[in-house]
Design a protein around this ligand. Structure first.
Ligand code: FAD
Ligand code: 2HG
Ligand code: ZN
Length: 471
């Protein structure tokens, strides 16, 4: 079979980005670019191109569009739905943003930052901190994921309660369209009602409407006081009762309110050397809470300790640990942040990233457990950003389990989610792994409008085909 990309086109692309930045068949790195983080999807790209500037992205896209070649934008490739890797082998061109990692401007008067899309999230957090500000988006993949990928997935993470998902932190965007046009929506103005707010369309569009090349971000003041605590609770109901009290008392000072079930914590303790549970007795669930304040007028720590005492007295939690140092806080966070990594090697992991109305969460979990007993080898792990209604339900089957043995899980989990008024994808998006749920559970009228938008912006369907929108 002839290569999908002719040698002349490879030469033309090399003339744009440099020969070292075009990875061609025969180079084993192609397999890495074609494999997603969980290892669920492996589709070797026809080519990988690594542009170093917006102008190069435009030129690359123009060549690929002329040739009718499908384009897969790729950031840090930490996505969990197979969105950043091809959906068919040897035909699609991965455009990696990894070389576009310049911090272009930090403005501490307007509290904004302009970055290239390939900046790794941690790099952006560090640059903000060096300027005496915080860029508060935070997720366990922050050492690898890129701001462009965060925008394309509308990433959430652990600080959504206080700062929202990245949509709340994006002031402007630069995007390259499917025909190579550069769309400049970068203005960081906080007020601009000149017609449709087009940048919003691209946030969460998973590379199917355009390639994000630069982002204007909102910065926030650095907190002067941070409190991290973990509490042992008997049930998801008690976790929600604790949230009601904590959010009722601390309001916008609650950054994170995370749930961890015993199985998830055990997985981390077995996987991460030195990981330790801070409680005397085993507990079915724990909640991890982070509070912060930018004013040092009152002691957040003593208020948090007083509230914890109250929760213990009222029997809402059974044990608690308020971190007394940064190292202790980090150790508590390690129990949460390492769950995904700890589950990666222990079997065939089926991931569900769902959100529910908060009051329905305990009942959802009560109804979920019996449904799983149909396949006795399955193990359930539940954790997530429960304060914003987002649960990560991971079901692990022994390695080598046939797809047919776990097929019923989609119907079970999504059926329950739907019956409780929830969403089948809270923060990870659709990619190529959630298309079935999209077809079944997304409102038909909304799907039709999404197709209209896709056809308007990418009429030949070249940007990330086989993703987000079911055929
Ligand atoms: P990629 O994986 O490279 O791409 C993701 C999607 O975005 C793909 O569809 C791709 O085509 C598109 N894309 C990437 N870059 C661009 C661009 N520049 N322009 C247009 N499209 C682009 N997610 C959360 O929301 N919250 C979490 O708490 C969280 N925790 C995680 C923890 C771990 C350990 C891991 C492995 C993942 C986690 N994720 C989480 C998922 C993932 O990290 C996020 O979705 C992240 O935003 C993806 O960024 P990325 O650069 O790796 O994107
Ligand atoms: C998290 O919150 C991520 O840790 C990953 O969103 C969730 O592994 C998962 O299911
Ligand atoms: Zn998450």
């Amino acid at each position: 079979m002839p290569p999908a990309v002719s040698p002349n086109v490879v030469r033309e692309l090399a003339a744009v980005v440099g020969a070292a930045n075009v990875i061609v068949p025969g180079d084993e790195r192609l397999v890495v670019f074609g494999t997603d983080w969980p290892g669920r999807v492996q589709q070797v790209p026809a080519l990988v191109v690594r542009p170093g500037s917006t102008e190069e992205v435009c030129a690359v896209v123009r060549v690929l569009a002329r040739e009718g070649l499908p384009i897969v934008p790729q950031g840090g490739n930490t996505g969990l739905c197979g969105g950043a890797v091809p959906s068919q082998p040897d035909r699609e061109v991965v455009v990696s943003l990894a070389r576009m990692r310049r911090i272009l401007d930090v403005d501490t008067v307007a509290n904004t930052m302009l970055v290239e899309a390939g900046c790794v999230l941690q790099q952006v957090q560090q640059a903000a901190a060096e300027a005496g500000r915080t860029f508060p988006l935070s997720l366990a993949a922050e050492g690898s994921c890129q701001v462009g990928g965060n925008v394309a997935t509308n990433a959430g993470g652990v600080s959504v309660l206080r700062y929202g998902s990245i949509r709340s932190l994006v002031l402007g965007l630069e995007v390259v369209l499917a025909d190579g046009t550069r769309l400049d929506m970068l203005s960081p103005l906080r007020k601009d009602n000149t017609g449709f707010d087009l940048k919003q369309l691209f946030i969460g569009s998973e590379g199917a409407l355009g390639i994000v090349t630069q982002v204007s971000l909102a910065l926030h003041p650095l907190p002067v006081e941070t409190v991290t605590l973990m509490a042992a609770v008997e049930s998801a109901g008690s976790a929600m009762a604790a949230f009601e009290r904590i959010a009722g008392t601390f309001g916008a000072r609650v950054v994170a309110f995370e749930l961890l079930d015993a199985a998830s914590v055990d997985a981390v303790v077995h996987h991460i050397p030195g990981a330790r549970v801070p409680f005397e007795h085993a507990t079915p669930f724990a909640v991890l809470v982070q509070l912060e304040d930018t004013l040092a007028t009152s002691s957040l720590a003593s208020q948090a300790e007083a509230l914890v005492m109250q929760l213990l007295e009222d029997g809402i939690c059974n044990d608690a640990c308020v971190a007394q140092s940064g190292a202790q806080a980090q150790a508590l966070w390690a129990l949460r942040e390492n769950i995904t990594e700890s589950l990666r090697g222990i079997g065939r992991v089926q991931k569900f990233d769902v959100s529910l109305p908060l009051r329905r969460i305990p009942q959802f979990l009560t109804e979920l457990a019996p449904g799983l007993t149909r396949e006795p080898s399955l193990r359930l792990f539940v954790f997530g950003h429960v304060g914003d209604g987002n649960l990560h339900v991971n079901v692990v089957a022994p390695t080598g389990t046939a797809d047919s043995a776990v097929e019923f899980l989609d119907d079970l989990v999504y059926g329950l989610v739907s019956s409780h008024g929830g969403s089948f994808s809270a923060e990870h998006g659709i990619g190529q792994l959630k298309l079935g749920a999209m077809r079944r559970y997304k409102d038909g009228h909304q799907l039709r409008v999404m197709h209209l938008l896709k056809n308007a912006l990418d009429p030949r369907g070249l940007l990330n085909p086989g993703k987000v929108l079911p055929a």
